[in-house]
Design a protein around this ligand. Structure first.
Ligand code: GCU
Length: 610
């Protein structure tokens, strides 16, 4: 009898845990959904030994039937003066959310490990039948989330949204949301141990509560058929108890569209609208259509641009016309202040600098940036490359690593698939060619194409020597046959010789595909001047840009570029005193917003492309 009872409770705990950790890609379009912000100051405890997560036998408290008060997620306080509890969130210091911890506290600048956050809040549902979700814009890297002492789930990946339902666990008063964030780098991770950017830790993007009706609009995708720009296609997906035969209405006033739909048994309704008078989205006219989707008690609005992006031989066609991508690469760092970027102002500043340089395209490297960036690009008319953080040498043969990379890509596409500005999904950056790697990336690209038939696939590959001739370069990477746009990084004149080598280089690219140079560049300390072959001077960087732009124009398939990089950015790999001091200096703008000479070289080149 005893054993059956034990097995039953075990089954219940397990199923409850499984139910609770049914994490889902973040609720779509939280930008426009009414919500309650949990941003602001959160209490925190630094826990390098994970003392609040494991007992001294390294058994996780959350796996115990009774985790006990030493588990930090119980947010416990002593009941009497004799009780021993060796932590207290409410007596602890605070950190801002959203933000990384590294740039908030000097002592946390280099910290990589676990840190606990706690936020208390009161909340009463507007309608008793409604549901409530807690939504995170992103949290780097591994986040264990608890509400009122119960585990909601674990999210892995530092750059994509996730949410948990908390309806069943909610109290009207004194709810406590506890998040253990661990940004330790691991070999099997995505990214892996080694990167050239600062591993900012923490809850780096907004946290909000989202209340929905019991059945609500969980996902939708509206896009132009790439082969027929008069057809808007896609779907609307409901979530909840009432899924089958539900009425949905899609409204696009600018197109006098009011489309009634009925869901199938899975709560999904296909969209297929024929519209002749579409005002297409483009950098010259970034027109966004007001779109409304209504179903039952749920209604959401969005601003969606309609455009097609395709390739034809070595041309990239935007709305059927060739476009040259005048781009720049960007890291997600706060202009002037440093630290992880996360606000509308950050996005506006970064994208305004790109526009000032004459760009119509930005490469958001090497991971999904915050949603403000792509929403701003939609409004400003900038074309966008988004990338999954499969960077350098990932554990290609590890199925968990693949599942992790695939989920991060899925979360990215789920969030941004309705953004007209986003034209390219990049699968990876500078990954060493091998069968396991190519299979890994090919599977990711199949996932992306399955989720989104309307965009182009690429990856930042590496160039090689043609027939071993150091002066003739080519792309012989097997993944080049999978991508729509052939992109590669090249650092001739910086990691490979001096800028005067560039004029000797010939390119022999045999693929009949558009070529995009995803990176080239040179380091320069703002204000350091000298002759053009003296490293770290602005003249060296300027000379490299001049020579590179000349060399690249010899590539017949050249359709764009995104030089490395818009602004100097932090990297623990860059330690040269008085020059780098923890900054990668390949920016065209310094961390203080000062424009280097090469900024104007690229600006002039892009003006010549108009
Ligand atoms: C690499 C890499 C970047 C890096 C850059 C550099 O190509 O993709 O992440 O910062 O080169 O070395 O500066």
């Amino acid at each position: 009898m005893e054993s059956t009872k034990y097995l039953l409770s075990l089954f219940l705990i397990l199923s409850f845990t499984i139910f609770l950790s049914a994490q889902q890609p973040g609720i779509i379009n939280t930008y426009n959904r009414p919500s309650t912000s949990l941003n602001g100051y959160w209490k925190y405890i630094v826990d390098p030994y994970e003392n609040g997560f494991y007992n001294y036998r390294l058994e996780a408290f959350e796996n115990q039937k009774d985790p006990g008060k030493n588990a930090f997620f119980t947010n416990s306080k002593p009941d009497n003066p004799s009780e021993l509890i060796e932590y207290n969130f409410d007596l602890s210091d605070s950190l801002q959310v959203p933000s990384d911890w590294n740039t908030q506290k000097e002592k946390l600048f280099y910290y990589e490990g676990s840190l606990w956050y706690k936020k208390s809040f009161d909340y009463e549902l507007e309608e008793p039948s409604n549901r409530l979700f807690v939504h995170f814009g992103a949290s780097n890297y591994k986040s264990d989330v608890y509400l009122n002492g119960k585990k909601l789930g674990r999210h892995i990946g530092g750059f994509t949204p996730f949410s948990y339902e908390i309806t069943e666990l909610l109290d009207a008063r004194d709810n406590y949301l506890v998040v253990k964030v661990d940004n330790k780098r691991i070999k099997e991770g995505v990214p892996t141990l080694n990167t050239d950017w600062w591993n900012y830790g923490g809850i780096t993007r907004e946290v909000k509560l989202i209340e929905t009706p019991s059945t609500f609009i969980n996902d939708y995708f509206l896009y132009l058929n790439p082969q027929d720009p008069t057809r808007i296609q896609g779907y609307v997906q409901l979530k909840g108890k009432q899924l089958a035969n539900q009425a949905i209405e899609v409204g696009i006033p600018a197109l006098s569209v009011t489309l009634p739909l009925i869901t199938n048994n899975e709560g999904r309704a296909k969209v297929d609208i024929s519209a002749k008078q579409i005002r297409y989205w483009s950098p010259d006219d970034p027109f966004l259509h007001e779109v409304s989707i209504t179903s039952g008690n749920d209604k959401i609005k969005d601003q969606i641009g309609f455009r097609t992006i395709t390739t034809q031989g070595s041309k990239i066609l935007l709305n059927g016309s060739p476009v040259f991508l005048k781009g720049i690469s960007i890291h997600e760092e706060k202009p002037f202040k440093g630290g992880r970027g996360n606000s509308e102002e950050d996005a506006r500043q970064l994208l305004s600098w790109a526009t000032e340089m004459g760009c119509n395209f930005v490469r958001l490297a090497h991971y999904p940036h915050n949603e403000h960036m792509v929403r701003m690009a939609d409004q400003m008319g900038l074309l966008v490359w988004e990338e999954n953080p499969v960077y350098w040498t990932i554990s290609w043969k590890n199925p968990d690593t693949y599942a992790n990379a695939a989920r991060q890509l899925e979360e990215l596409i789920t969030r941004d698939k309705n953004r007209a500005s986003v034209i390219i999904w990049s699968m990876a950056n500078e990954t060493p060619a091998s069968d396991a790697r190519t299979e890994f990336l090919t599977n990711l690209s199949l996932l992306a194409r399955d989720m989104d038939p309307s965009r182009l696939i690429s990856a930042a590959l590496e160039q090689g020597r043609y027939n071993n001739d150091p002066l003739i370069r080519t792309i012989d990477d097997p993944f080049a046959s999978v991508v729509d746009i052939l992109s590669f990084n090249q650092y001739i004149g910086w990691y490979d010789g001096l800028p005067d080598k560039l004029s000797q280089i010939k390119w022999r690219i045999e693929q009949d595909k558009p070529v995009l140079i995803s990176e080239f560049g040179a380091g320069a300390k703002y204000g350091l001047h000298g002759d053009k072959l003296t490293r770290w001077t602005e003249e060296y960087q300027e000379f490299l840009y001049e020579e590179t732009l000349k060399m690249l124009s010899s590539i017949p398939q050249l359709q764009g570029m995104s030089p490395w990089i818009l602004v100097d950015f932090r990297s623990p790999r860059r330690v040269l005193p008085r020059i780098q001091d923890g900054w990668n200096r390949k920016g065209l703008i310094s961390e203080e917003g000062k424009r280097k000479k090469a900024f104007y070289t690229l600006q002039k080149y892009y003006q010549s492309k108009d």
